[in-house]
Design a protein around this ligand. Sequence first.
Ligand code: ARG
Ligand code: ZN
Ligand code: CA
Length: 233
Amino acid sequence: LAPPYTVPVVVHVISAEDGRGEVSDRRIREQVDVLNRAYRGGYAVGSEGADTGFRFELSEITRTADDTWFDDFNRHRDTIRARLRQGGAETLNVYTAELGSGLLGYSTFPQDHSARPDQDGVVLAHDSLPGGGRDRFDEGHTGTHEVGHWLGLFHTFQNGCRNPGDYVDDTPYEREAAPGCPKGRDTCPERPGRDPVTNFMNYSDDACMTHFTRGQARRMVEHWVAFRDGSAR
Ligand code: ARG
Ligand code: ZN
Ligand code: CA
C-alpha cells in the first residue's frame, strides 16, 4: 500500500448552551492544517523528521450545545460517542469538549475498534486547538499526539529504559515523560541516544514538539493497514 494514506475527519464540538467550549470552523480547519503539516514532517528541524504519508481531510463538523454533556463530558462520553460517531474504522472522529483539571486529551487505539466501534476516536480539550488559549498547549499538537495513539503509537517513555520500550526501534529509550522542553536530557544513560524530548509522542510543550521518526511512521502505516484502511480488507 502506497502513500498518501488519506484519513477522513469528522469533528464533533460539544459546547455549553451559553457558548462556552465553542470552537469556530476556522480553528477546526487550523487543527486539520496542523495535523497535515505534522504528519508530513513540516515541523522537523534538520533531518530528524519523517513524512508519515498520512493526510487528513475534513469532511464534516457537528455541533451539540448541551449543558449536561458539557458539564461532565467524561461521565457521558460513551453515550456521546455512540450517538455522534460517523464512518468506519478509517474515519477519524474528533470530539472537542471541556475535560477539566489537567487533561488535554485521550484516544482509543486501532485494536479497540473491532470490539467497540462506536467508541473509536480522539477526544481533545477545546482550548488545546490552535488559538484556544490553553497555556503552552494551544498550538494543536495535542491533536497531533492523540492521533498518534489513534494510529497505534505509544509514548516515547513507554516501559522506561526497559525492553520493548515504545516498540519503535529509532526512538531512544526514556525513563519518564519530559515536561516543558529540557535540553540534552538523557534518562537512560546505559542506552544509546539522548531522550526524544521533541518527539510528538512525548509530554513536552507544543512549541517543543517537532517530529515523528521513520520507525513511528512505519508503525502507524502497519496499524492503518491492519486495522483501519477499509480498502485493504
Ligand atoms: N497527556 C495527553 C496524553 O497522554 C496529551 C499530551 C499532549 N502534549 C502536548 N504537548 N500537547 O495523551
Ligand atoms: Zn498520550
Ligand atoms: Ca524506542
